[in-house]
Design a protein. Structure first.
Length: 323
C-alpha cells in the first residue's frame, strides 16, 4: 500500500486506462497543457499526445455531443466538464441523447463514455460553481451516477467506469481533491453499484455520500465517546442504488439518517428514505432524518455556515435516538 492524494488517484486511473486501452481518450476544456482546472490530467498530454488528450473550445454541448458520437463508434471517451454547474449547459445532450441512445437504437449502439465533473463547496466559488446536482441525473434512466469519497474508491471506480459499456456521470467533490489515502500498488477496480460500510455500528445507520462520508465518520468518533455507535455506509454509487447494503444495516439498527451536501429538499436522501419505507418500514424504530444543505443558493461569503457538517449529523442521530 502507498499514500496518494485523491486528485492524483484520478490521474493515475486515467493514465493506466489510457495505457491499457488505446480506445480511451480525454476531451474537455483546458485539459491539455494546463492539465485541467484542478490538474487531474496533468502530464497526460505529454505522455499520450494531442490525438488522445483533446483540448476543446468552451462549448459543453459540443464536447458531450462529440464524445457521444465517438462512443457509438467504438471509442471510450472520458469527458471533463469544468464544474458540475455547467452540466446545465449540456443537459439536452446528456439527458436526451447520451442516456437514450442505447435504448432507442434497440441495443445496436453501446455508449461507453464517462463524464467527470467536480461538485460542491470548499472554494467560496459562489452559487454557480459550487452545486451538488446529482439528483437531477439519478432521475434519468440510462445513466449511472458515481460519487467516490476516498482516494482508493476514486481510482477503482474511475477505472471501472471507463470499462463500462454504459454512460457514467462521475462526480468528484472539490473539497476532497487534497485528501490523502492508501491505495494498493497493483491494478484494481471498485465495482460500480456497490456501497461500502466504512464503519460498523449498532445504534443508527448513517447513509452518506461524497464529502459527507468523512463528516459522518467524524461524527461517529464523537458519538462513540458517548457510547453511541453508528454504522456509516458510503453509497459510492448513487445510481444504481445498493439497496441490499442499506436494508441489511437498517434491519440491524432500526434507525436511519441520510447525509449529503446537496440541498436537503428533493435529494437522494428522499429516495433512500422512500425505498427503506417501502421495503423495511416494519424495521424502523423512529422517523428517518435527512442531513443536507438549506434550500437556497450557496452563498459566497458564508459558505462554511451553509454546508452541512459533522455537527448536523450528530444532531440528526440524537434526534432519531430520542424516539
Amino acid at each position: 500500500m502507498r499514500e496518494i492524494r485523491y486528485i492524483r488517484a484520478i490521474t493515475e486511473a486515467l493514465r493506466e486506462e489510457m495505457a491499457r486501452d488505446a480506445s480511451v481518450f480525454l476531451i474537455g476544456e483546458d485539459i491539455g497543457v494546463p492539465g485541467g482546472s484542478f490538474s487531474a490530467t496533468r502530464g497526460l498530454l505529454e505522455e499520450f499526445g494531442e490525438r488522445r488528450v483533446k483540448d476543446t473550445p468552451i462549448s459543453e454541448s459540443a464536447i458531450v455531443g462529440l464524445a457521444l458520437g465517438a462512443a457509438t463508434q467504438g471509442l471510450r471517451p472520458v469527458v471533463e466538464i469544468m464544474f458540475m454547474d455547467f452540466l446545465a449547459v449540456c443537459m439536452d445532450q446528456i439527458v436526451n441523447q447520451v442516456a437514450k441512445m442505447r435504448s432507442m437504437s434497440g441495443g445496436q449502439y453501446q455508449v461507453p463514455m464517462v463524464i467527470r465533473t467536480p461538485c460542491g463547496g470548499g472554494l467560496n466559488a459562489g452559487p454557480q460553481h459550487s452545486q451538488c446536482l446529482e439528483s437531477w441525473f439519478c432521475h434519468i434512466p440510462g445513466l449511472k451516477v458515481v460519487m467516490p469519497a476516498t482516494p482508493y474508491d476514486v481510482k477503482g471506480l474511475l477505472k471501472a467506469s471507463i470499462r463500462e459499456d454504459n454512460p457514467v456521470l462521475f462526480v468528484e467533490n472539490k473539497a476532497l481533491y487534497e485528501l490523502a489515502g492508501q491505495i494498493p500498488e497493483e491494478d484494481y477496480i471498485v465495482p460500480v453499484g456497490k456501497a461500502d460500510v466504512k464503519r460498523k455500528g449498532l445504534h443508527v445507520t448513517v447513509v452518506a455520500v461524497s464529502r459527507m462520508v468523512h463528516q459522518s465518520l467524524e461524527a461517529a468518533d464523537s458519538l462513540a465517546k458517548e457510547g453511541i455507535e453508528i454504522e456509516v455506509i458510503d453509497l459510492r454509487t448513487v445510481s444504481p442504488l445498493d439497496k441490499e447494503t442499506i436494508l441489511r444495516s437498517v434491519e440491524k439498527t432500526s434507525k436511519l439518517v441520510i447525509a449529503h451536501e446537496a440541498v436537503k429538499a428533493f435529494g437522494i436522501g428522499a429516495e433512500v428514505a422512500a425505498m427503506v419505507c417501502e421495503e423495511r418500514i416494519d424495521c424502523l424504530d423512529g422517523p428517518i432524518m435527512r442531513v443536507g444543505a438549506p434550500y437556497t443558493p450557496i452563498p459566497y461569503n458564508i459558505e462554511k455556515a451553509y454546508l452541512p457538517d459533522s455537527g448536523d449529523v450528530i444532531t440528526a442521530v440524537k434526534k432519531v435516538l430520542a424516539y
